[in-house]
Design a protein. Sequence first.
Length: 221
Amino acid sequence: MLSQEEMKRMAAEKAVELVPENEYIGIGTGSTVNLFVEALGKSGKKIKGAVATSKRTSELMAKCGIPEVQLSEVSKLAIYVDGADEINHTLQMIKGGGAALLAEKIVASASEQFVCIADESKYVSRLGKFPLPVEVIPLSRSLVSRRLVALGGNPELRLDCTTASGHQIVDVHNLDLSKPLTMEEELNKIPGVVENGLFARHPADVLVLGTQKGVEVLKIR
């Protein structure tokens, strides 16, 4: 039986095959992404540069010899590769376990193709078992939390966590995410919410999934 780590590595290595050469790309944040960065560095593929969504990813890219560029320096990214905390069968996701969701949404929106890499434990029929991260301006945290309770959620401040933009993360348990797109938009209407971890408006284009039977490449459109 394959371990979760082995399935992650399989997905990460397969995703390298999808990276076009001589283009700018975006790279997300997380344990599966770390394996992708390492595999990309070893592959010998030549890219113009990569936009990193976190300091952790930036540091690993430097170690692996992957040139970094800032999003403001490029007009578009050919591909964005990132993981997910959960992903459903229409490739909508919950992300933000690594507290980089704001940068991840920005970079994903600038990319022509979003490739999600994950192991089979992240592939679910319905989102919501994993708590939903909501990035908030500190001043508004109590207000936002009350609104989240009114929506049926149980908000919990993520302790000792300040995002790269100086915000806080509230993890929301038990929200009804049966309509991810509607909830994504509803949450972002709350004053003080900077962004939330639902990737429904811009789901992944491709899912590279590591499973016990090997790697599956899934596309919805």
